[in-house]
Design a protein around this ligand. Sequence first.
Ligand SMILES: [Zn+2]
Length: 265
Amino acid sequence: MIGRIREWHDQRRIRQRGLEALWQRQVPQMAWLQRYGEAQRARIGAMAQRFMVRKHMLGGAGFAVTEGMRMHVAALAVVPVLELGLHWYRDWNAVVLYEGAFIPGHDWQDETGVVHVSDAPLTGEAWMQGPVILSWEDVLASDEPDNAGYNVVIHEMAHKLDMCGPGGANGAPPLHRGMDPKRWHDVMQTAWNELERAEASGTPLPLDPYGLEDAGEFFAVLSECFFDAPGHLASHWPDVYAQLALFYRQDPLQAWGRGEAQAQV
Ligand SMILES: [Zn+2]
């Protein structure tokens, strides 16, 4: 019942804001979206409109955010939960967009208890039960063809999904019934070790080495690759691809018609 009332409210607000017409105008401007078939695109559009009425999407540092920008971010944000459902994002309700990379205005404490003041610019950030913060410049950069495998929105949303499990963003999101946590761990560990060896030996890397920051970053960077360069991931690490396909309940290679198998990361 509550679900039906919520759906009714969502649809009313979607109509009031004219989001279906906005979606139709935005579709041609999102190059990445053209990889999907028409039915899949329509599902992304419907969920993106619901995302827009459920989340506050605002500008940081005076950045003027338009409805078009909101739609662009919403469309990317719903891709990871297309088969899981928007309720995976229920613990938070704001997206803050900065014009470019931003300097986080907060301190953080490392494992040894030392408090650091962050001063390096970030392209995105996801707070536990808090907002997702994104650089609009980098959201747009994710759409450039030579940036296959880079997608700041997917990256931060993967952190959010990871945070649904115990222990925060630690590379262990809650797995579905029928998935084997040991298998998940072993497959991820093997890939991690390979990436570490490749980096140490200077051989070409199958993945952005930023993934080696920690297990949470590894999952987020793998997720970017899964959705943004699935052919690349499937050919290098088919077992990782298979585990992510089970978790996300999607097969982007299939959805894209296997057209980007040669993409480089
Ligand atoms: Zn990250």
